[in-house]
Design a protein around this ligand. Structure first.
Ligand code: BES
Ligand code: ZN
Length: 616
């Protein structure tokens, strides 16, 4: 179950003429392309603003192009100037269009003389959709304020005026000032020994799409985890994080062995406050991660495998539009499984593949037919709508099917070469398919019919013969769950002492949607799930217990959803509360208290749940 942020909820209908270009960007890359971005920004905590200048280097494509069109959302534009090759500045006229709810405001800059660069002086607003600002009291160590960005899908435009489309790649440099003692990091090479003097410089020498632009600033300590990796976190969290992520170098080496050298130099991880709205974000050189994976036993390190995998699938070879996003997330979920298998063994990789496949089987039937396709018809699909279970779970299932049919050696050779052939480019589903047809199907005839591949990509549902891994431990859990629900096995007799996180997830995922109250009471008495420090278990436990009418868990559930802003872990609990009038009232009160600590995206998503439930 993945989560659609509120800003992308509106279904909107596109004019047919827009279908060729990226429908989620106003940019006109056939006219002019940004090739480099230079940022000069000040982090202004008192005003919750980034303020400064963005200088865009331009490659004019159409000699007659009259203007540079950029994406913005809620930016305050102070002035715009063109810079000629010698660096001489001329003021340029610009117009900011009315704000579209989903796309923001189109910024049209008149530039008939085709300046080499355009410089925009601007500031962000406190409620910028891609930023969260935390007061010292809202951080773990309570000493300094904190801020971080989350640009995917189309939120970079809320903190930088740019061509906000994954089809357009640019290098970037940045100069960022901040209060003394604050450390600033970006999705670029970061220097762990940089003095905390309030003056930071960054260089991302590889061309990246805008959704990989990232920045964070706060009270950050650094712990090395390997020769080219470190964790950044608030001082009180850094030790725990360094322990949880101590296998990072092993994970990088396992991936390199499969798919070739890591192209980006360092691989660091930033652990954010618990309000981070996602599990992880694959910002180049600096994965942003939720602290909810710091459970002490490394059982949720797949998050690192996943974000690291994006260094190949996503950051090296990028989906050209949001409709193609399964090229990022499906390929990455597949690669994540291969890394897990190499470092932690096949049993765990198979468990995670099964959790993914079972989740998809449960959810896909309720989706509109178009959303069940890996490559949906893009009309009326919001930027984040394609980021569902389908992109992750059906996408990775398709690749596991190919691996099985062609054999691992052949499939690995193709995938490695695919990453190499398209490195540092953005491609569509159709370009990937052309590569796959020529270099996998036609090169190895007889293994699989091409029509089957097309059905995986362009048809709804899951193909009938989709292969499932087996897990003896999951099979045993299915039997135990059935016996427990039938009343022939006591809760205390479940073999749960030996269960890892994934096995608990599997046990809880497949309980009835609204179990009997007595069932929940017995489970809690035996296994003390209420108050669990593992939020993957907590989310599943509270959702089921609330649905069963177990009011004894309400306060602990409220604590869980107040503390955690990761949408995937907190929205299901709000949804469970919203199913009854008493629960809804309780959730509304909880939200009123928790709201200030949530990211703008999480706020929007929770408000959508509460509003929808109130109308019933
Ligand atoms: N790129 C995604 C995060 C994302 C998705 C941001 C959609 C914005 C819109 C990231 O790589 C991801 O998939 N994160 C997962 C991690 C999990 C699959 C291990 C998450 O956040 O839960
Ligand atoms: Zn991902």
């Amino acid at each position: 179950m993945r989560v659609i942020p509120a800003l992308a909820l509106g279904a909107f209908v596109l004019p047919l003429s827009a279908l060729a270009a990226d429908p989620h960007s106003y940019a006109q890359p056939d006219q002019v392309r940004v090739t480099h971005l230079d940022l000069d920004l000040a982090v202004d905590f008192p005003h919750k603003a980034l303020e400064g200048r963005a200088t865009l280097t331009l490659d004019w494509k159409n000699p007659k192009a009259p203007a540079l069109v950029l994406d913005t959302r809620d930016l305050k534009i102070a002035r715009v100037e063109g810079l000629d090759a010698a660096g001489r500045a001329t003021a340029l006229k610009f117009a900011l269009a009315p704000r579209d709810r989903e796309l923001g405001s189109k910024l049209t800059i008149q530039a008939p003389a085709h300046p080499a660069r355009v410089r925009i002086a601007y500031a962000t607003v406190p409620a910028a959709s891609g930023l969260q600002w935390l007061t010292p009291a809202q951080t773990a160590d309570k000493k300094l304020p904190f801020m971080f960005s989350q640009s995917e899908s189309i939120h970079a435009r809320s903190w930088v005026p740019l061509q906000d489309s994954p089809a357009i790649r640019f290098t970037y440099t940045a100069h960022v000032t901040a209060p003394k003692d604050v450390r600033v990091v970006m999705s670029a090479l970061n220097d762990a020994r940089h003095p905390l003097d309030g003056d930071f410089r960054f260089d991302q020498p590889h061309p990246i799409p805008s959704y990989l632009l990232a920045i964070a600033a706060g009270d950050l300590a650094v712990r090395e985890t390997g020769p080219r990796s470190a964790v950044y976190a608030e001082p009180s969290v850094a030790g725990k994080a360094a322990h949880e992520f101590e296998d990072t170098e092993k994970l990088i080496e396992a991936t390199e062995k499969l798919y070739g050298p890591y192209a980006w130099g360092r691989y660091d991880i930033l652990v954010l406050p618990p309000s981070f709205p996602y599990g992880g974000m694959e910002n180049p050189n600096m994965t942003f991660a939720t602290p909810t994976v710091l459970v002490g036993d490394k059982s949720l390190v797949s998050l690192v495998s996943h974000e690291l995998a994006h260094s190949w699938s996503g950051n090296l070879v990028t989906a050209a539009s949001w409709r193609d996003i399964w090229l990022n997330e499906g390929f990455t979920t597949y690669v994540q499984g291969r890394i897990t298998e190499a470092v932690y063994g096949k049993a765990l990789a198979d468990e995670e593949a099964l959790l993914s496949a079972r989740a998809l089987q449960k959810s896909i039937g309720e989706m509109p037919a178009n959303s069940q396709k890996l490559a949906p018809d893009p009309r009326g699909v919001g930027a984040d709508d394609s980021l569902s279970d389908v992109a992750y779970d059906k996408g990775s299932w398709f690749l596991r099917t190919l691996e099985q049919r062609f054999g691992r050696a052949t499939f690995d050779t193709w995938l490695k070469a695919y990453f190499h052939r398209h490195a540092f480019t953005s491609i569509t589903t159709e370009q990937m398919l052309a590569d796959m047809k020529a270099n996998l199907f036609d090169a190895h005839p007889g293994a699989m019919d091409w029509n089957e591949a097309k059905a995986w990509v362009y048809r709804s549902g899951i193909p009938k013969d989709a292969p499932l891994p087996t897990s003896l431990r999951f099979d045993a859990i299915d039997k135990e769950r059935a016996a427990f629900l039938a009343g022939t096995l006591d809760a205390g007799q479940l073999d749960a002492r030996s269960w890892n996180t994934q096995e608990w997830m599997y046990f809880l995922d497949r309980l009835p949607d609204a179990p009997a109250l007595s069932t929940m009471k017995q489970l809690d008495a035996a296994w003390h799930l209420t108050g669990t420090p593992n939020a993957e278990i907590g989310m599943r436990w509270y959702s089921h217990a609330i649905a069963a009418g177990d009011t004894a868990v309400w306060d602990a559930a409220r604590e869980h959803m107040t503390r955690i802003g990761r949408m995937y872990l907190t929205l299901p609990v709000y949804k469970a509360f919203a199913a009854t009038p008493e629960g809804l009232a309780y959730a509304k009160a909880a939200y009123a208290n928790a709201k200030d600590g949530y990211h703008p995206m999480t706020q929007g998503a929770i408000e959508a749940i509460l509003t929808k439930a109130s109308k019933k």
